[in-house]
Design a protein around this ligand. Structure first.
Ligand code: SF4
Length: 371
């Protein structure tokens, strides 16, 4: 048939430098990526990996984990190794956890050097370690934790105050020649947030991480984030997004992806997602994922297919996938939208998935879904 007219493009993308968060490029001409943050206690490795599996299955591309304690820092090597998507360590004050996160193989660290300088001035050492390891840093300014000095100067967390704070934090790294940075300036009011990012976009060429803080429960948070991100993305501003909701993080990812799809910034094709595997895995998840990927190669339908390591949690974690398999005891449970539809011997997993994928693709076409 006649191809549908492409929608009018949004404003030209702001020119930003590109950084690499693990294997995900952020900034420059890279597609806008979706990220989220785990809500588990990071040191509870199995729960954290399970939640990362769920996020990955929902289409999350980068995940952040909080590192408030030494136990959490100690869990980072396994989490970074087993996660299928790049892991960012979120650290507030302790330089030693920053070094631990870099050594652990985390893809990036979120830390504000202003805090580090206040407690233990090791910003130069952090810049060196991060630069040697090729690990970028996110500087995250939040209205709620704005520097006292800037609060006094500006009266409250205005866009100017947020931007001044962010650029000052950047300068602490720039003094050491470090520029592998992305920035967020979050506020709970979308109007303040939009203006802060507009101002920041003019004043630097760092890639920007969009977020509305304390956006609230699912409905309100979804609307606030869609309004704020929509306005900025339409102006070509924003390189990675995180929707914050008082709801399970997989919901954040769904909303984030939907916003990008709505803005025409994301075309869905076939996507294979697999769990990072944890203590419950009963199969070599990586090998199975490779086989499934090879088996489905060439299909051009917008399907998300999940490969999960165990039958206990796999289908539930991959609820947002269209189709998937969870393995255990030499069998594969085939599930559609989180419901198990059949169980087959391990040797038949790949062919069954192909059949099911074709069936779902035909159904989609019959429903008049866009190709
Ligand atoms: Fe989740 Fe099971 Fe994979 Fe562990 S093995 S991450 S519980 S699906």
């Amino acid at each position: 048939g006649i191809p549908a007219a492409r929608p009018r493009p949004l404003a030209q993308r702001r020119q930003s430098r590109q950084i690499m968060v693990g294997n995900v490029p952020v900034g420059g001409d890279a597609p806008v990526s979706v990220q989220s943050m785990t809500t588990t206690v990071t040191s509870d490795i199995n729960s954290t990996l399970q939640q990362i599996a769920e996020l990955t299955a929902s289409g999350c591309q980068i995940v952040r984990v909080a590192v408030p304690s030494a136990d959490d820092a100690e869990a980072l090597p396994i989490i970074a190794k087993k996660s299928q998507i790049p892991v960012i360590a979120d650290i507030h004050f302790q330089p030693k956890y920053v070094f631990a996160a870099i050594d652990a193989g985390c893809a990036a660290v979120r830390v504000n050097p202003g805090n580090i300088r206040k407690f233990d001035d090791r910003v130069g050492e952090i810049a060196k370690a991060a630069s040697d390891a090729g690990v970028p840093i996110r500087i995250g300014v939040n209205a709620g934790s704005l520097d006292k000095r800037l609060l006094e100067k500006h009266g409250k967390a205005t866009p100017e105050a947020l931007v001044e704070s962010a650029l000052w934090e950047c300068s602490l790294f720039e003094e050491h020649g470090f520029r592998d940075i992305k920035i967020s300036v979050k506020h709970n009011d979308p109007v303040v947030m939009i203006n802060a990012y507009r101002l920041l976009a003019e004043k630097c060429d760092y890639p920007l991480h969009l977020g509305v803080t304390e956006a609230g429960p699912a409905f309100q948070g979804t609307v606030k984030s869609a309004a704020a991100f929509g306005a900025l993305l339409a102006e070509g501003i924003g390189d990675t997004i995180r929707v914050s909701l008082s709801a399970p993080p997989a919901e954040e990812v769904k909303v984030g992806n939907q916003i990008l799809e709505s803005m025409g910034l994301r075309e869905r094709g076939l996507e294979i997602v697999s769990c990072p595997s944890c203590g419950r895995a009963q199969v070599d998840v990586y090998k199975l994922a490779d086989e499934v990927t090879a088996g489905l190669e060439g299909m051009e339908v917008p399907l998300r297919v999940a490969v999960m390591g165990c039958v206990v949690n796999g289908p539930g974690e991959a609820r947002d996938a269209d189709l998937g398999v969870a393995s255990g005891n030499g069998k594969g449970q085939i599930f559609v939208k989180g419901e198990v539809v059949k169980t087959v011997p391990e040797s038949q997993i790949v062919e069954t998935l192909i059949d099911e994928a074709q069936r779902i693709a035909e159904e989609m076409e019959a429903d008049g879904a866009e190709p």
